[in-house]
Design a protein around this ligand. Sequence first.
Ligand code: PEP
Length: 255
Amino acid sequence: MATRTPIVGGNWKMHLDRAGARDLLRELRGQLDGLAGVEVVIFPPAAWLGDAADALEGSTLRVGAQNAYWLPHGAYTGEVGAAMLVGTADYVLVGHSERRHVFGESDEDTARKLDAVLGLALQPILAVGEQQEEREGGRTAEVLRRQLDAAFADIDRLPEGFTIAYEPVWAIGTGLTATPEIAQATVAEIRRMVADRFGAASAEACRIQYGGSVNAGNVADLASQPDIDGALVGGASLDAEAFATICRAVAAAAE
Ligand code: PEP
C-alpha cells in the first residue's frame, strides 16, 4: 500500500476580485485548517498571492501560483519570475492545459518552467493531459509520454513528494469527468512511465492527482482509485463548501 499523502489543489484561474478572494480564503481556512491526511493548496490569481500568503499564514493550507516564468528577472513585461514567488508561494502549477492550449506554451517552455521551479524553494505540480481527438484517436499514451519526456529532459532524479496532475483536456471545465476507471487506468499508465524513467521506487513515491470537472459528488469514486492521489479542482474550488467536501473526501479515501 502506498504511503503517499494525497494532495488537493484549488485552481481559482482568473476569478474573484480582491474582496471575494479574501472572503474565500477566510472561509477555506476556517473549514480546512488542520485537516489531516491530505495536503491542501490554494492557487489564487497572481494578483492575490500576497493576500493568500497572509490569510493562510500559520495554517496547514499551502499557497500555489498558477504559473511562473523561468527567468529570475529582466525585460519581460507582464511575467512573474518563479524566483519572485519564493517566500509567498509554496507550489507552482507548471504546464496547465490552459497555458499549453490557450497561451500556446510548448513542451519545451513547460520544461524550462519545471527546471526553474525545481531549482528554487518551490514545489511544482506538473500538469499533463490529452485532448479529446487524441484520446479518440488512441494516442493518449503517446501524448502523455511526449509531455513527460519533454518536461523531464533535464531531470535525473525525481524529488521527494513530486506531484503530477493528470488532467484530460476534454474534462477540464466541461462537466465531462473521466470515469474513475479511465482516470485510474491513465494515472497507472503515467506511473509506469515515471517508473521507466526514474525507477520503481520514485514512481511509487510520486503523487499523481486527477483533474477535470471534479466536484463534491464525484470525488469519492475518483479518490478511492489506488493510483489517484487527490485532485486538482477548478470550478468547484470557488465554492468553500464544495471544496471543503472534496478535501475531506480525499482525506477519507486515503485512510
Ligand atoms: C483545472 O482548472 O485544472 C480544472 C480541472 O478545472 P475544472 O475542475 O473546472 O474542470
